[in-house]
Design a protein around this ligand. Structure first.
Ligand code: ZN
Length: 139
């Protein structure tokens, strides 16, 4: 039996089950993200077992690989991607993933919070303030 408690997944939890570097006041999940089962009593684990963590991460990796080729075609083979309606295909895949998640367990969230993803890649949000040429070494 599952509960809606899985909807309160902390945004800044890491997928290896470790606690975040900086707590942000999020509620600790009361059930395993993967199976919905009880978590260890102590600590800030988000999975009940290494098998659940592996299953969660393996599913994300498989889904990511499926989306990767479509996205790269969208980005670098635009004409063919437009003809094939690649964005619609990606959206359909995402909807299928979501349906599979819900079929597995109501309220199951199988993706990382955007805030956590952005925190892992701070350079993606960097702003270029100057792109001028260097004068090189002084003579
Ligand atoms: Zn579990």
């Amino acid at each position: 039996m599952t509960t809606a408690a899985t909807n309160s997944v902390p945004d800044d939890r890491r997928l290896n089950g470790s606690a975040p570097a900086v707590a942000r006041g999020s509620a600790v999940p009361s059930v395993c993200l993967e199976c919905g089962g009880p978590l260890p009593a102590a600590g800030e684990a988000i999975f009940c077992a290494s098998t659940c963590r592996a299953a969660f991460n393996n599913r994300r990796a498989k889904r990511g690989a499926e989306l990767y080729d479509l996205y790269m075609a969208h980005r670098f083979d635009r004409a063919a991607a437009t003809d094939a309606k690649v964005i619609s295909l990606m959206n359909r895949l995402a909807s299928n993933y979501r349906r599979q998640d819900q079929d597995q367990r109501a309220g199951r969230r199988s993706w990382r919070p955007l805030r956590a993803v952005l925190a892992d890649h701070p350079s993606l949000r960097a702003v270029v303030v100057w792109r001028g040429k260097s004068k090189g070494p002084q003579a």
